[in-house]
Design a protein around this ligand. Sequence first.
Ligand SMILES: [Zn+2]
Length: 301
Amino acid sequence: MRLLLFGLLALLAACSDAPAPAEIPTRDAETELQIELQESPPPALAGRGDSADWMAIEHAGWPERPAEVLAPVLPDPGPVLAIIIDDVGHAYAQGRRIIDMPVPIALAILPHTQFAQRLAQEAAEAGRTVMLHQPMENGAGLDIGPGGLYSGMPEEEFDRVLRDNLNSFVPIQGLNNHMGSRLTAEREPMDRLMHHLQGRQLFFIDSRTTAATQAAFAAEAAGVRHLSRDQFLDHVREPQAIAAAFEQGLRLARQNGQALLIGHPYPETLDYLERVLPELETREGVQVVGVEELLARKYAR
Ligand SMILES: [Zn+2]
C-alpha cells in the first residue's frame, strides 16, 4: 500500500514537470472584453451539474455498456451557406431587417456611420456576427467614405485610421473590405492589415473585388483565419438577377459543401432574402449558418 502511494506521488511530481503552456499573447482591453463575451458559457449550460447528478442516480442500476456503443455518431452536416450583408450602418431599419432574418446573417458595418454602434450591439444581442466593413481604395477612384485606407499611405497614418475604425464600435469579430480593388492587390498594406487582425484575433473575409487580390495570401501568412467570397448576391440590383445569384450560391454549396455569399442592404435584396430564407433548408436541403460556423468547419479540417 505504502509503495503504491509512493508511486502515485512520484507520478504526480513528474506531471508537474510538464512544460508550461505556450505564452498567451497580450491583448488590449477591447479584445479582452470581446474574448470574455465569446467565452462566457451559454445560459443553456447553467444547471448542467444538477442534471448530470440526476442522470447518474437515474442510471445507477443500468448495466455497463461497451464504450463503442455509446460513442456519438455525427450526422453528415450537408451543404451549408453563409451570408454577409455589407455597407450596413447608414440606416437603422435596414440593419434591423437583417438582424431579424430567420437565419444568422452577418452584418458588415461601415465605420463612423450613424447607426454603427446601435446595430452592432443589437446584432450581437441577437447572436449575429458583427464585422467591420473596412473601406479601401478602389481602382476607379470612387469615393470610399470616412475611415478609408489608401495605397501609399504613411505607415503611422494607416495604423491610426485602422485602429480608429476597429475601436469605433463593439463588438467586432472580423473584417472584410469595402471596395478595395486597388489596395487589396498590394501585398504590403495587406500584410500590415493582417498584423492588426492577428493581434486582435479577428478573422478576415476577402470580398474579392479584384481577381488580383493579395489579401487571402497575406491572411494565410499572418495566421489570420480567413475565407473568400464565392458569390455576390446583388451585383445586378434586380429581383431576377438576385434570384439567379442565390441559386448559383445553392449550386456552389451543393458542389463544394459550402458557399459564402455577400449582398447589400438594398430593398430588392432584403425583400428576396425575407421571402426565400424561411423553410430554405426543408425546401432545398441547404442550411444557412453563421460565418463563424463556416470558419470553424474550415479550420477543423
Ligand atoms: Zn461595401
